[in-house]
Design a protein around this ligand. Sequence first.
Ligand SMILES: NC(=O)c1ccc[n+]([C@@H]2O[C@H](COP(=O)([O-])OP(=O)(O)OC[C@H]3O[C@@H](n4cnc5c(N)ncnc54)[C@H](O)[C@@H]3O)[C@@H](O)[C@H]2O)c1
Length: 443
Amino acid sequence: MSSTRRHFLKAAAVTPGLLAAAQAPKSPNDRVQVALIGAGGQGIGDAHSSVAQPGVKLVAVADCYDGRLTSAKEVFGNDVFTTRDYREILARRDVDAVIIGTPDHWHSIIAIDAMNAGKDVYCEKPMVQHVEDGKPVIAAKEKTGQIMQVGSQRVSSVVYQKAKDLLKAGAIGEFNMVEAWWDRNSAIGAWQYSIPPDASTTTCDWDRFQGRAKHVAWDPKRFFRWRNYQDYGTGVAGDLFVHLFSGMHFVTGAIGPSRVYATGGLRYWKDGRDVPDLLLGVYDYDATDQHPAFNLALRVNFEDGSGETSGFRFIGSEGILTIGTGVTVTKHPGPTEPGYTIDTFPKATQEEFMREYRKQYPRTNANADSMRPDVEEKYLPPHGYSDHLDHHRNFISAVRSRKPVVEDPTFGFRAAGPALLSNISYFEKRMCKWDPKTMTLLG
Ligand SMILES: NC(=O)c1ccc[n+]([C@@H]2O[C@H](COP(=O)([O-])OP(=O)(O)OC[C@H]3O[C@@H](n4cnc5c(N)ncnc54)[C@H](O)[C@@H]3O)[C@@H](O)[C@H]2O)c1
């Protein structure tokens, strides 16, 4: 009893100082020094988008493959400090913020370590690999007062903002259903990433890469194509559904479904992966003060045959709103006749029915004046627009101002949670119940 109490008091005594330091704003011109942990495809893209913001410099990089450390120096300059051990980065005083671009199984661990070390965090999606990892990340953010942005960039997109505004203004009436999909038909789209010719246990720190996953014999496919294995990744749900949840939650103000069911299979890419390449999910969203009750249907198919397509359809009482490159609103045509099904009635009844019907819906001949106006409206982003740059702009400005980011750990977990439940539903062949408010798996 007493040792628990002492421990609590000690922790509480440290917290206000930590919080005060973390909450002190900087000037908008102050230099921000960032470090990258996980320098693969996305991490390097994140680093570029961060250093594209005025006054931001990349000072350090950690990765488990030496080739990526060499490449980071080639791209960002020889003075960048490099290491295999991310803890050396967290110990550096010249690092204000870290970008986490590692495989999914490292996200929550490094995010928590970084915030405890007094660093702000930009963490790639999905925020966590397992549902039970979510609340500890939120708690670390609360305890330390550090800034943390989760990396589903469409939350910062002007396209999704436009969709949000249109939906709120009633452009399609009251929506009742949302469909979203992300189909791909290529080896790279299906995660068969290149393996460098020098891949070995000399150039790759395999033990460190595996981290908390069960340790198995060296396998360059598991290292460079980690998404295909549950030990390190989160399947198509954690990779792609999570983007769809983030975008949809941002547009609708929803915080998550109450019921989750997913099915699918490994249909085409039988290359040793232990996750499906086709996944279908259905989700029930209960009504809140932000939106009516609605249903969501998601799909990822890696053997779709039609190249790569991704999009949303919001179906409403007065029209349909789609999101692709831009936003399109198609209104349902105005009030029409209800129609009739009278053929099987006796002739006299049919005549009587039609007399009444035509009184209510008089027949008008079409003429030029009776043509309906065009009911489709399209909104396109500026040429070359990048939501990824905007997402990093939002992060870096929060690092300076200490104001909230658009995609904090609670938002990030509310998107990752139902994506991860889709995996549980698929593998355990069952429906999952979720409390989106408390972010708890109910069964
Ligand atoms: N926001 C987006 O649109 C988007 C797009 C692609 C990927 N991502 C996310 O970015 C993350 C990385 O994906 P990727 O395609 O760049 O993977 P990748 O395999 O290209 O890069 C991951 C890198 O992390 C390194 N790494 C592994 N464990 C590490 C550790 N403990 N410390 C330091 N480095 C470590 C690996 O060596 C590897 O170089 C994933 O979580 C993915 O979901 C997001």
